[in-house]
Structures are given as C-alpha cells and as structure tokens.
Design a protein around this ligand. Structure first.
Ligand code: BGC
Length: 348
C-alpha cells in the first residue's frame, strides 16, 4: 500500500512508497481506511531532519499524526464498520511512569513514550492503519470533511483543561482570553475560548488573508499590532507562536492572577536581551502562572470530539486552505503564506 515516509535525521528523504507493508496485527484489532491526514509544523521539522525517530528495526518513519479514517473491521465490536475514527498520537511508556500508568501519557515523566508519525511508531499517512480500542476516538459522521482537526483540537483542549486546574488555586472567574498566533492551533484555541463564553482576542502579524475574518466569525477581536501596546489585561493568554519576543511579552502582559499557557514550540538558537528581574517582579507580585503544554490524553481527545461537533462545521472547513491528493503529497509539505491547515487527501 502507499505510505508517506521519511528517514528521520536525513533531510530530503521524504518519499511516497507504494509497497509499504499492510499494518501488522499487533498494532491492534481495529482496521481503518485512511481518509485524510493534517499537516503541521512538526511534520516539516521531521522532513527537515531536525526531529522524529523511526520505529525499532527500520530506518523509515511513516509521517502523519493528525488522522481521520473509516473503520473497515473491528472484531472487538467497539466500533462499527463505517464509523469515523482518529488515532490517539501518544502511547504510554512501557515502564510505565506514574503518569502513563493512569492514562496521563501526555504528562509522561521519563520520555519513553512513543508517538505515531513522530517518535518510534508509524504514522497515519498510509492507506490503512490499525488501532487498539483505547487509542481509537470516534467522531460524529458530520465531521467527515474536517475530522482531521481532532488532534490539534485535543492539544488545545488539554491546554484549557490545565488552565482551569491552575485557576482553581483561588477564586477564578476569567473573562478575557488572548490568543497569540492565528494558525490552526491558535484559531482552535480561540474556538474553545469562545465556546466557554470568554471575551476573545486574537493577535497575529497577518493583516490580510483569511485570519482576521476567521477570528471575527468566532466573535473574537483581531489585532495585528505589537502585543505590548494592546489595551488589554487578559486573564488567560494561550501563546501559540513560539516566537521568543511574543512569549516574553505574553508573560508581561497577562493580568493579575493571570495564567499564560505556552503552546507554541520555538526552534531555539535565537537570543534576546530582556530584564529577567522585572519579569520575576511582575509574576510574583501578581500571582501569575506561566506553564507549558504539549500533547493530550484520552479525556482531552473526547472533549475535542465534543467541541468539534458543537462548532460551526463551515467555519472548521474554512481552516482547511488546501486539500492535496496523495499522489501530489510533496506539495502538502510546502505551506504557502495564505495556508492555515493543509490536508493530505487519501480519498481523492
Ligand atoms: C503533536 C503532539 C506531540 C508533539 C511533540 C505535536 O505536533 O501535535 O501530539 O506530542 O508534537 O512530539
């Protein structure tokens, strides 16, 4: 069958193989036919040779962690043929650590977790894959065009879940949320903020293209000026750019008792001058919290499936700026300036 693969650590090794083996029965009893796979910055980093790890005993890693497929067979009866499913990206470490032992693999402590399409597990950019029931998440059939957004949504559901948990340290009645970055992750964070009834602000560099209207359609206020000049004191900031200056400004900008969630991965290697003492003074005197957030556990995936079902499906569809047939796979991994989410289409 066809599969999009790379050799991790080797830039330029992206290939569409047409003789990739059928999924092994050990992967799980649920056999799934791929419908689509979303592309994200992590895929590009893997293609550039900066990230990613092949499964043991092979050089090749099948890409794809933002999955959507249709069940072909499930002898366990957990899913019916025809059901839409997505595969949970991360699997717990084999020890397992205290967090993985209770299903909180998103908080794995020893780094021995594996991730489909990223770290030591084949991804979902192949025509068929298999799942164990505990890693299969069902989607409403109405999400057939946009269900590959489940994975990035699960990551943002986790971010908001942890904001809530941190907020509970004291009386917590947040009103205003600022999302920095209006890529797919930022816009999905804004969607979840608007579903919570918050007053939502979105900040991005773009002044043209689809981003301002997509934020506006959520009822959010769109800003494109410098963060430190915004006339706002957000209770929560979800930082989705990973841009060092924006990260620091977010920490300074959040209001009293505020929470900053860092969800954008920086590439590192760029240094900037900043006054660490002034930042510390603000964080201490205002009880502020800054935390990082990655990945998601089953609870978050299920929350994401619910959030997507409730969302305006046309709005979700407009996040997908390009659908690339599998045969032209390479173009999916070169996002253009107007792209938000590019999707590899297995059904085309
Ligand atoms: C994925 C996460 C994953 C992270 C680190 C992100 O692109 O969405 O599921 O944990 O990369 O590998």
């Amino acid at each position: 069958m066809r599969a999009v693969t790379v050799i991790p650590g080797v830039p330029g090794s992206l290939r569409l193989l047409d003789d990739y083996p059928e999924p092994a029965p050990e992967e799980g009893p649920i056999l799934v036919e791929a419908l689509s796979v979303g592309v994200c910055g992590t895929d590009i980093e893997i293609i550039d040779g900066q990230y990613g790890e092949a499964p043991p005993d092979t050089d090749h890693l099948v890409l794809g962690h933002e999955s959507l497929g249709r069940v072909l067979e499930d002898p366990t009866g957990t899913r019916q043929p025809g059901d839409l499913v997505a595969g949970i990206v991360r699997h717990p470490d084999p020890m397992p650590c205290p967090n993985c032992a209770v299903g909180e693999w998103d908080m794995c402590r020893n780094g021995l977790f594996t991730e489909h399409g990223i770290k030591a597990l084949p991804g979902f950019a192949r025509e068929r894959w298999r799942l164990q029931p505990r890693f299969a998440v069902g989607l409403d059939p109405s999400l057939i065009e946009v269900g590959m957004l489940l994975e990035p949504t699960s990551v943002m559901v986790k971010a908001w879940d942890h904001v809530d948990r941190i907020g509970l340290r004291a009386e917590w009645q947040p009103r205003t949320a600022l999302i920095t970055g209006a890529g797919p992750i930022g816009l999905l964070a804004a969607l979840l903020a608007s579903q919570r009834g918050l007053s939502v602000h979105v900040l991005d560099l773009a002044t043209e293209g689809p981003k301002p209207a997509l934020a506006g359609a959520l009822g959010a206020t769109y800003h494109s000026g410098p963060l430190d000049q915004l006339d706002l004191e957000p209770d929560v900031i979800i930082e989705c750019t990973g841009a060092p200056v924006v990260v620091l400004e977010a920490m300074c900008k959040v209001g009293p008792n505020g929470i900053v969630c860092l969800a954008g991965v920086s590439s590192g290697g760029r240094t900037i001058d900043f006054d660490a003492g002034a930042l510390n003074r603000t964080l201490v005197l205002e009880n502020n919290v800054v935390f990082g957030s990655v990945n998601a556990n089953r609870r978050h995936w299920e929350g994401a499936a619910e959030a997507l079902s409730k969302a305006d499906h046309a709005w979700l569809g407009s996040l997908i700026t390009r659908r690339v047939p599998l045969a032209q796979y390479a173009t999916a991994y070169s996002p253009g300036p107007q792209d938000i989410k590019v999707v590899l289409d297995f059904a085309a």
